[in-house]
Design a protein around this ligand. Structure first.
Ligand code: SAH
Length: 368
């Protein structure tokens, strides 16, 4: 019988010793051919979790209008790259392309590029978008064309590996994944490893405090910063996360829409960590980019016209009562502060030559 991914991991830990939390997360999500974001089917009712574009078509439609407004403010470059990082089932892009038809110049200038590690999801995206556009796929953002770029990232950054540091016996040590005496996966404390100084909260740490760092954010922002020097660039990202530098453990597993142990069936289960918007901001600013927000997702969508779009859709006399209820409840779930409206936040990151994007236009940009 072929080795399961759990058996493979246990053997690897037995042979090579403990791995850091970040290495473990990378191994589970993208590190192997059969990793979760290489050949899993994570999204939707039958998968592990549901995302905003799967909840309501209005999400992708409003993101499309956002992209169109930024495109116009950047001088309507043609052609331009409409990129999505981690497009899931392709639902957001499908809704965005359909909505973009109302601005034909924008629609015609857009070249769709998808950054996706999963072969299974690439195939789903191809099928979803078959009548909408002819995308090109890339393994990472460095392969995107060097032209004006509008990029979208919904629940992408939370899937990137998180490194954890534990304050133990008066010093910072790396948090590891190891085998315990029973040969099961367990957390362990590694050797001395100082976390990045700029991520330390003002309050001194107590014994057992955990500090998180997202190492992949830095190369991504550096790559965007490099591109922003030669062509206009804007990225809008939505994710759940926190704004203040703080201690805490947000590493989590979700299976079939409920929380699970991060050690359950490694490589076959959703692992994520809350996004640190401060870390994103610092990395983007250090790369010379402008940062706007974050603002609560509900405020962002309402400012972009969520209610007007909902009313427009409900005005269709052919809809059944059930379709009406789905549209109404979906829109409410996205914006309601007790649902996805405030846990999820939206941030925009742009090149210095792009004017403040809506609805951040009235807020002050922080420049790198
Ligand atoms: N944006 C989608 C899906 C979110 S799930 C939605 O809102 O429905 C995370 C997505 O990012 C999946 O498509 C996953 O395969 C992809 N992904 C995860 N890690 C990635 C990485 N390192 N590089 C590129 N894509 C990645």
């Amino acid at each position: 019988m072929p080795e399961t991914s759990s058996e493979n991991l246990v053997r690897r830990l037995a042979e090579q010793g403990p791995m850091s939390v970040g290495e473990y997360m990378r191994w589970c999500l993208t590190g192997r051919e059969d990793a979760y974001y290489r050949d899993g089917n994570p999204l939707g009712g039958a998968g592990d979790f549901v995302t905003a574009p799967e909840v309501s078509q209005i999400f992708g439609e409003l993101i499309s209008m956002w992209a169109c407004a930024v495109w116009q403010s950047a001088g309507a470059p043609s052609p331009f790259t409409l990129a999505e990082l981690g497009p899931g089932r392709g639902t957001l892009m499908q809704d965005a392309i359909r909505a973009s038809r109302s601005v034909p110049e924008f629609h015609e200038a857009a070249r769709v590029h998808l950054v996706e590690t999963s072969a299974t999801l690439r195939e789903t995206q191809r099928q979803t978008l078959i009548h909408a556009c002819t995308p090109e796929w890339h393994e990472d953002i460095s392969a995107l064309p060097a032209v004006a770029t509008l990029a979208i990232a919904n629940e992408f950054f939370d899937a990137l590996p998180v490194e954890q540091y534990v304050f133990s016996q008066g010093e910072w040590r790396r948090r590891m994944v190891a085998l315990n005496d029973q040969g099961e996966l367990a957390f362990a404390v590694g050797g001395f490893a100082p976390p990045p100084m700029h991520l330390l909260p003002k309050a001194p740490p107590c014994e057992g405090d955990i500090l998180e760092h997202h190492p992949d954010v830095i190369p991504i922002m550096n790559e965007l910063g490099r591109r922003a020097k030669t062509a206009p660039l804007a990225l809008v990202l939505a994710d759940y996360g926190y704004e203040r530098l703080d201690y805490g453990d947000t590493f989590q597993a979700v299976r079939h829409h409920g929380y699970a142990s991060v050690f359950e069936t490694p490589g076959e289960i959703d692992l994520s960590a809350h996004v640190s918007f401060t870390e994103l901001r610092m990395a983007a600013e250090a790369a010379g980019l402008q940062v706007f927000g974050p603002m609560p997702q509900g405020d962002f969508l309402l400012a972009l016209g969520l209610e007007q779009r909902l009313r427009q859709l409900l005005a269709n006399a052919d809809l059944s009562e059930e379709q009406r209820a789905t549209l109404f409840l979906g829109a409410r779930r996205l914006a309601d502060p007790f649902q996805m409206g405030s846990l999820f936040k939206v941030m925009a990151i742009t090149s210095a030559d792009v004017p403040p994007p809506p609805p951040f236009a009235n807020s002050v940009a922080s420049k790198g």
